[in-house]
Design a protein around this ligand. Structure first.
Ligand code: BES
Ligand code: ZN
Ligand code: ZN
Length: 499
């Protein structure tokens, strides 16, 4: 799929279809819609007057334009984008996705999107393209029949009167971020049998080679040398060896840089629960338990190409959580890299065990700000559903930065408290801490566990268990992996660069 940006008027564009945003209850009596209405001989107005589309989020109306010389494109897709006052990143993104997904499904090849921009043209163009790339992703890699074969060839972003160089730049950056989100989604969708910890490391090597990142992968021996007993305890039950992926982006010109930002992501390529085996229902979904890790890889893939002026570290501990005669047993005590001892009450609370050593290792490599992300608890879905990603941490300014970066790109985060009282729940009778804190406040006590390993740095944690997987398709995306947080991570780095 090829992209281009133009700043001309849409009437003469040689495309098969035009997709244009329509606000809630909008009529075709001014601006772009009026222009489109004139070019189509009143067709747009008549559809809006008939209330076939009211401009609500995700609504669409597809029109064939016959016998009108005013418009070269012979099809128009009206896309509802909701209230005019809420028209920002999330809506631009969804418009891009709905346009490409809907028109691709109609078998078209060459389309244009008219986003209606009021100034922030470059960001609008970039976000529309992110959504457009995102929209055509299909999770049907292993299907051999009825596979989605239709493909868009060319997508033109039309922002009349915009600075051509700026919107072209936006388009290119948007493509990079959109493709990186799809990279994350593709990994998240891979079955555990296809994507092992070794496979994750291979994929990381591919992006490091393609886009110029430094990479180091620690194997079991090196983990032992580092004393990573917590991470190793999770991998014990599996025939597949663990891997700790370390990626580093270093800008060409390193100016005065204070500190090092690190992203750390949970890479459990399959979570059966281990000896504390999960129930069978929906267990197949636990292939996406490496999404935190895939999010870090996706973000690093984008950052390597966008080349911001600050260095970024990506750390992804990978393991498979399976039961076997060698597996860690409930009640076992393991020793983390920091020297802390952990009583493993439940082998299904394995994410925090691998993150503990990964956070410690990021610190060893010089990280001063650590943002970790993980499909860590089922409890987060009960608390926040699939709308907000939970954020917790020890540095309020850092948390605020992440939340703001999210708001700018249209991703929602909701902070949960992390008062020290919660840490009482993870006190162990025989070791320093235990890996579960009982039934109450499961998402918070999981974070309280991680906090034990994040002292001395600015730290924040994202629990993406509720938001990383979409149970239903939406007009702008397929069901399955959502790629949540990739855009926020990229934006966070851009914001840090701008300071
Ligand atoms: N990977 C799961 C969390 C999860 C559940 C992610 C559902 C996505 C969907 C995690 O390793 C886990 O099993 N957590 C346990 C913790 C409990 C044993 C304290 C949970 O949430 O039940
Ligand atoms: Zn688990
Ligand atoms: Zn897990």
């Amino acid at each position: 799929m090829e992209f281009q940006a133009v700043s001309d008027s849409f009437e003469k564009l040689d495309v098969e279809a035009l997709a244009i945003a329509v606000f809630k209850d909008e009529k075709a009596n001014e601006g772009l819609l009026q222009k489109l209405d004139n070019a189509t001989g009143g067709l747009v107005n008549s559809v809006l007057e008939a209330e076939e589309i009211k401009g609500k989020d995700g609504e669409t109306a597809f029109l064939h334009v016959v016998g009108r010389d005013g418009l070269k494109a012979k099809r128009v897709l009206l896309v509802g984008v909701g209230e005019r006052d809420d028209y920002a990143s999330a809506k631009w993104f969804q418009l891009g996705g709905t346009a490409t997904r809907t028109l691709r499904n109609k078998g078209l090849k060459n389309i244009a999107i008219v986003p209606r921009s009021d100034g922030a043209d470059e960001t609008v163009a970039s976000t529309i393209v992110q959504g457009a790339v995102y929209g055509v992703f299909e999770p049907d890699k292993y299907r051999t029949t009825d596979k989605e074969k239709r493909e868009l060839e060319k997508v033109t972003i039309v922002i009349e009167g915009a600075d051509k160089a700026a919107i072209s730049n936006g388009v290119e950056r948007g493509r990079i971020v959109g493709e990186s989100m799809n990279f994350t989604r593709e990994l998240a969708n891979e079955p555990g049998g296809h994507l092992t910890p070794t496979g994750m490391a291979e994929r990381a090597r591919e992006i490091a080679g393609a886009f110029g990142l430094h990479i180091d992968v620690l194997d079991r021996d090196r983990m032992e040398q580092e004393g990573m007993g917590s991470l190793l305890s999770v991998a014990r039950g599996s025939e597949e060896p663990p891997a700790l992926i370390v990626l580093k982006y270093t800008p060409a010109e390193v100016g005065e840089i204070e500190g090092l930002l690190a992203f750390v992501g949970k890479g459990i390529t399959f979570d059966s629960g281990g000896i504390s085996l999960k129930p069978g229902e929906n267990m197949e979904l636990m292939k996406y338990d490496m999404t935190g890790g895939a999010t870090v890889l996706g973000a690093m893939r984008a950052i390597a190409q966008l080349k911001p002026p600050i260095p970024v570290l990506g750390v992804v501990p990978c393991a498979e959580n399976l039961p076997s005669g060698k597996a860690t047993k409930p009640g076992d005590v393991v020793r983390a890299m920091t020297g802390k001892t952990i009583e493993v009450i439940n082998t299904d609370a394995e994410g925090r065990l691998i993150l503990a050593d990964a956070i410690a290792y990021a610190k060893k490599l010089g990280a001063t700000r650590i943002l970790d992300m993980a499909t860590l608890t089922g409890a987060v879905s009960i608390a926040l559903g699939d709308v907000n990603t939970a954020i917790l941490g020890t540095d309020q300014d850092f948390i605020d930065e992440v939340v703001k970066a999210g708001a700018e790109v249209g991703e929602k985060f909701w902070q949960l408290p992390l008062d020290k009282e919660y840490s009482k729940q993870i006190k162990s009778d025989i070791a320093d801490i235990k890996n579960v804190g009982g039934r109450k406040a499961g998402t918070i006590t999981a974070a309280a566990f991680l906090k034990e390993f994040a002292d001395g740095v600015s730290w924040a944690h994202l629990d993406i268990a509720g938001t990383a997987w979409g149970d239903d398709a939406k007009p702008y995306r397929a069901k399955g992996p959502t790629g949540v947080a990739v855009r926020t991570l990229v934006r966070l780095v851009e914001r840090a660069s701008a300071r």
